[in-house]
Unconditional design. Structure first.
Length: 466
């Protein structure tokens, strides 16, 4: 999928309180934690003649000065300048000959703040495991764990030659039949589940086929724009409690409302218009948290942009999302990802290229539950975090959402040319948020206000977003 201007890396722009650490201090801090995420020390090697899938190998030339970079805004730097810088960083393809990640330390943000732009390839990490990595690289309190030089020594394993890679791929072909037989046995042990999965896959694809044409589905280039919006998680939880559904339903209704406002303001009719969002869902088991790799499924969620009433729109979404969850669409998407375990490399790559060529969906809306407690780096408190989601081919807009410490943060990524007015869409999202919040009576004050706040945030752990 990484072609025709589409980059398959994910990122986040993180704002911290306090003065920025020096580049050397920040680099050494990352070095002291790198052993906790060993994949960050590895790179991809491609098998000659595409005779096998790429493999992870240790990078004997790992250079943190390359991966941990530094930039400065003209003081006092505005958030607009930070967003422009983050967009430029996000527009640059990662070098596939090196470990697929970068961290940019950005100094000079106004109000005595600084930022970190973190960027990793989707092959390395998905949204949920990315949150786990964040909690590894950062601290839970202002006192840093460990210190520079405290990491255990590391020696890269010898890098294989092209001939060795080719030989390993050939040997795998000779030995893999027993793995295929094991998979076939599993198929016959559970034919009913397989048939259900095939049916669910058909439902997912069939639902997505009906995605209508929209101004968001045009050819894209390599350059990006980045905009942000923010709201209070407790406000969205109150809307959920008042009108039903989940926090995720409320967020999707806000996105649908914002899209409707954006289109109508530009003279596009939204009468009867229902866009479709591809909503990634983590299928990572609890014991897999903290492990790198891509473990996501997806559902095609309808977005009733025609509906201008915020409560009616939420109720429509709540009903339709409930139907989708019971239809098995997510199971179907997971089976599609597992098929790559058996598909020959060339067939799998052709299937990946086919996906964005079809209009299965109009945009991606991804909602990742982040930590509901403050994080720190070198004693500086993380103020907020805004996700950056990659654009697929002919997908000019992505909406990333991440909750953190009582906030819900929207990170909007758009194609530089097709979404020149991305900032306006951010304002439309804020307006749609204000509309649904205004329908909820203000909570009565209680004697122990701090306890109410704590319960409001803590309840998120029991209710997943997606």
């Amino acid at each position: 999928m990484e072609r025709a201007g589409a980059h398959m890396h994910v990122a986040s722009t993180i704002i911290f309180e306090g003065p920025a650490p020096s580049h050397a201090e920040f680099r050494e801090h990352i070095a002291s934690r790198l052993h906790l995420v060993p994949r960050f020390r590895q790179k991809l090697r491609f098998v000659p003649f595409d005779q096998g899938r790429p493999v992870w190998v240790d990078d004997p030339h790992l250079n943190l000065d390359y991966h941990v970079r530094q930039s400065a805004l003209p003081a006092p730097g505005s958030e607009e300048q930070l967003r422009n810088l983050a967009a430029r960083i996000f527009s640059q393809q990662l070098d596939r000959s090196k470990p697929l990640w970068e961290l940019w330390l950005v100094e000079g943000l106004r109000d005595d703040r600084f930022a970190v732009v973190a960027k990793s390839h989707h092959a390395l990490v998905d949204g949920v495991s990315g949150v786990d990595i964040t909690t590894v690289l950062f601290d839970l309190d202002a006192e840093p764990r460990g210190h520079a030089g405290s990491a255990p020594p590391w020696l890269a394993r010898p890098e294989p030659t092209d001939l060795q890679l080719l030989g390993d791929a050939m040997r795998e072909r000779l030995t893999s039949p027993k793995e295929i037989v094991r998979g076939v046995r599993a198929v016959f042990r559970g034919p009913r589940q397989v048939l259900e999965g095939i049916g669910a896959t058909s439902k997912m694809i069939g639902a997505g086929m009906s995605a209508p044409h929209s101004v968001f589905n045009v050819e894209i280039g390599p350059h990006r724009r980045f905009a942000i919006a923010q709201t209070d998680l407790a406000e969205l939880k109150r809307a959920k409690d008042e009108h039903g559904g989940t926090v995720n339903d409320v967020i999707l209704s806000i996105v649908a409302g914002g899209l409707g406002k954006y289109l109508r303001a530009r003279g596009h009719s939204t009468e009867g218009l229902e866009l479709r969002a591809m909503v990634p869902i983590s299928v990572r088991a609890a014991e897999e948290h903290g492990a790198l790799g891509n473990r996501i499924s997806a559902m095609m969620a309808p977005l009733p942009v025609w509906c201008e009433d915020p409560v009616e729109r939420l109720k429509i979404l709540t009903g339709e999302m409930g139907d989708l969850k019971s239809s098995g669409q997510a199971v179907g998407a997971e089976i599609l990802t597992k098929i790559t375990d058996f598909a020959p490399t060339t067939i799998a790559s052709q299937a990946a290229r086919l996906q964005p060529a079809q209009r299965f969906f109009n945009l991606v809306v991804t909602n990742v539950p982040g930590p509901q407690f403050p994080l720190y780096v070198l004693g500086r408190k993380m103020e907020s975090i805004f996700p950056m989601v990659p654009l697929a081919r002919r997908q000019a807009l992505c909406v990333g959402i991440m909750s953190y410490n009582g906030q819900v943060n929207f990170g909007l990524v758009g194609d530089y040319d097709a979404m020149a007015d991305l900032d306006s869409f951010a304002l439309d999202l804020e307006a749609a948020t204000a509309e649904i919040v205004a329908t909820v009576p203000k909570p009565k004050k209680r004697a122990k206000a701090s306890k109410v706040s704590s319960n409001g945030v803590g309840a998120l752990a029991a209710e997943p977003h997606a």
